[in-house]
Design a protein around this ligand. Structure first.
Ligand code: GDP
Ligand code: MG
Length: 699
């Protein structure tokens, strides 16, 4: 019978845990969240020699077992809780050969928990270049562990690692140090009170405030009495512990590791000087952003048009092939176009993450953070927030997913919340048509008013994002560690496998996570637009035919009138009518109301919906524009789309959260409906109030 064992990959950030994980599991992996929090959980399966199957978890990076962030809590709570179904049979501690000393601190702590441990020394390909040599036998003996020297980059040593894991029964559980030496009296008392518990584990529980799985109530209370030492005393003891560990590590490495410093070259310093330069650094980063922007904005249109076409023909095909009826309509117009609305985002997501993965992999992202942090930090954002904010000008969906590499939860949340303010490409058709209608054609200093207005709208979006970030930073009471870049990783050529897996995983997580919600909402919206109560809807055809009987319309014109009649009396149409009193102070009528309600599916639907209501074929922008220009305000007379209502509408679309797909992604990324709901309410409020003020002021 084959047995499944649990393996946990643990290590400092950037030591190559995920690369080892990818090397072991290939595509047999899945990504989820830890229950209740937004820390990413990666699990996978690896087949080992002798029929052993390993369930592998890629744990978040942590420097030590002294928790200071959500991510680190995950690691500690798992290691302290033997009842957790993921509790490791083997802890594989991944270290980076260039930072062995720092990496070993965590290793000794895990050893002291008496968990069977394998030490992976990764990035062996760098040893020659850095003039490092290791005495593995000595290290194995001193550290009481098995060591696998590997390079995931060169794919070397992985088989040996698999072999070590499959022989997990031979691993020693002897601790490296005796932590109780830091205060013998105190630890003696602890031992007497809890004879059956592991001392180091008790010590971690006392100093950490984390869940302690298997203790009964009495014990927890008894343990509380051991917190009598003041906070500062405990801190002092922890420091003493760290010093002891480093003494041990230094002694071990003295004989186990030799570094021939003369070999280390300094190309890296030169690169750093340019990439973090006060002028060149920003310039280079700006050029890279332009490239990314180009990719998601421009290059994506080719596959996106293709996807659009495929789904349109699929929907036509269904309509023409299946028997007419409600089910065919649901399939063709509800489900297929809903699926199309999900798949259409894939090119943008894939392009953005291709670039981000490359930037991360090469080590450039750390330089960006270093460069941008000082500016962004003032607004409660992280240096890494710049990528989502810029990508948001193409589409908020990949942009919000890109916040995942922001380590601090608070900075990440703020970035998620403010990104939808940036002007995404779906707002563009709305802006263009309204600007063409209400902004005069003249020029100011050689620049056309219309172009200036468009630029102002982009600035407005960006400004709104930055200002709200500033406010959120003051308002949100979230404790979360701000990460300072203590060291910068070396430059590396990106590993193709890592990049490919990142792109694949993000795309999958969007399609299966947010996709469900998007599909559900599109079906609901389709239903609301295709059905209506009463005769005005059900009898639309006859009503229109009678009404226009004298006018000799051709069939197409007649069909357009019918579509318009149906939309007006569908549920969405009724909603549009119903909100008219609310939106009249903004200068809109019920027709715009319908367009606003239905553009919740996606903003660009605005123009198409108006085309249907005005019963013009929606292929021709000029016709729609002329028709809109001819609309008369039912109450005040005069054109409905005038300067005041136009500006009001522009402001409304600039600020309103009119995009169900974005809401779905925010729900997916924050793991709760709380934030997307708040976002919807607050952004709509800002949109409404600013549109109201603008209209009342200008009319
Ligand atoms: P994690 O943060 O511990 O999950 O580390 P990652 O797996 O994301 O790797 C961090 C960086 O180290 C990436 O840029 C990898 O391409 C790089 N890397 C991983 N393994 C190796 C290796 O064996 N050799 C070299 N030179 N670089 C590696
Ligand atoms: Mg990782």
């Amino acid at each position: 019978m084959s047995k499944q064992i649990n393996i946990a990959l643990i290590g400092n950030p950037n030591t190559g845990k995920t690369s080892v994980f990818n090397a072991l599991t290939g595509l047999n992996q899945k990504v989820g969240n830890y229950p209740g929090i937004t820390v990413e959980k990666k699990e996978g399966i690896c087949k080992l020699p002798r029929g052993v199957k390993a369930h592998i978890i890629d744990l978040p990076g942590t420097y030590s077992l002294n928790a200071s962030s959500l991510d680190e809590n995950v690691v500690i709570e798992l290691l302290l809780n033997k009842n957790d179904k993921d509790f490791p049979d083997v802890a594989v501690v991944v270290s980076d050969v260039e930072n062995l000393k720092r990496n070993l601190l965590l290793f000794t702590q895990i050893k002291d928990l008496e968990i069977p441990t394998i030490l992976v020394i990764n990035m062996a390909d760098r040893m020659k270049y850095k003039g490092i040599s290791l005495d593995i036998e000595h290290l194995e003996q001193e550290l009481k562990t098995k060591i696998a020297v590997i390079s995931t980059r060169k794919n070397e040593g992985i088989d040996n690692l698999k072999l070590l894991i499959s022989n997990y029964r031979d691993l020693s559980t002897t601790p490296c140090l005796n932590a109780s030496e830091i205060d013998t009296d105190y630890f003696d008392k602890l031992r007497q009170a809890f004879p059956s518990q592991l001392l180091y584990k008790l010590w971690l529980v006392i100093t950490q405030d984390v869940n302690f799985g298997k203790m009964d109530r009495n014990e927890v209370e008894a343990l509380a009495s051991f917190k009598t030492k003041s906070k500062s005393d405990l801190k002092r003891l922890q420091q003493k512990e760290t010093i002891k560990r480093y003494q041990f590590i230094n002694n071990t490495l003295k004989k186990g590791q030799t570094i021939d410093a003369s070999q280390a070259k300094d190309l890296r310093t030169k690169f750093d000087r340019i990439l973090t330069h006060k002028v060149w650094g920003y310039l280079i980063f700006f050029l890279i952003l332009l490239l990314i922007f180009q990719a998601i904005y421009d290059w994506s249109t080719i596959p996106m048009d293709f996807i659009d076409g495929v789904f349109a023909s699929l929907s036509d095909w269904v309509k023409n092939t299946l028997p007419e009826g409600a089910f065919t309509n649901l399939l063709a117009e509800g489900i297929i176009s809903g699926l199309g609305g999900i798949v259409i985002f894939i090119p943008q997501i894939a392009f953005l993450f291709l670039f981000i993965a490359i930037l991360e992999e090469t080590g450039y992202m750390s330089r960006v953070v270093f460069l941008m942090d000082r500016v962004m930090r003032r607004f409660g954002l992280s240096g890494k927030s710049i990528v989502p904010l810029i990508s948001g000008t193409a589409c908020a969906i990949p942009a919000i997913m890109a916040t995942r590499n922001i380590e601090s939860w608070k900075e990440r949340l703020i970035t998620i919340l403010v990104t939808p303010f940036t002007t995404c490409s779906a707002r563009l058709p709305v802006y263009l048509i309204i600007i063409a209608l209400v902004i005069p054609e003249g020029r100011f200093l050689g620049l056309s008013y219309q172009a200036l207005t468009l630029m102002l709208l982009y600035l407005l979006g960006f400004g709104a994002a930055v200002i709200s970030a500033y406010i959120l930073n003051k308002v949100l009471k979230i404790k979360s560690k701000t990460f300072f870049v203590v060291e910068m990783p070396n430059y590396k050529l990106p590993l193709f496998k890592n990049v490919a897996i990142t792109v694949l995983e993000k795309t999958k997580s969007f399609v299966f996570g947010a996709g469900k919600i998007i599909l559900a909402i599109s079906i609901i919206l389709w239903f609301l637009a295709s059905y209506g109560p009463g005769d005005a809807f059900n009898d639309a055809e006859n009503i229109v035919k009678t009404e226009y009987a004298s006018q000799n319309l051709n069939e197409e014109e007649l069909n357009q009138k019918i579509a318009s009649q149906k939309l007006e009396h569908s549920f969405i149409g009724i909603a549009g009518h119903a909100i008219e009193p609310v939106i009249r102070p903004l200068g809109y009528d019920w027709k715009i109301g319908i367009a606003i309600v239905s553009s919740f599916a996606a903003r660009e639907v605005f123009v198409g919906t108006l085309a249907t209501i005005y019963s013009v074929g929606n292929d021709d922008e000029d016709t729609i524009k002329n028709r809109m220009a001819g609309e008369v305000n039912p109450i005040l007379g005069g054109p409905l789309f005038n300067f005041a209502s136009g500006i009001s509408l522009l402001l409304f679309y600039a600020f309103a959260m009119q995009c169900m797909s974005t809401l779905a992604v925010v729900k997916k990324e924050t793991n709760t409906w709380k934030w997307p709901t708040l976002q919807l309410v607050i952004m709509t409020a800002i949109a409404y109030i600013s549109a109201l003020i603008a209209y009342q002021f200008l009319k």
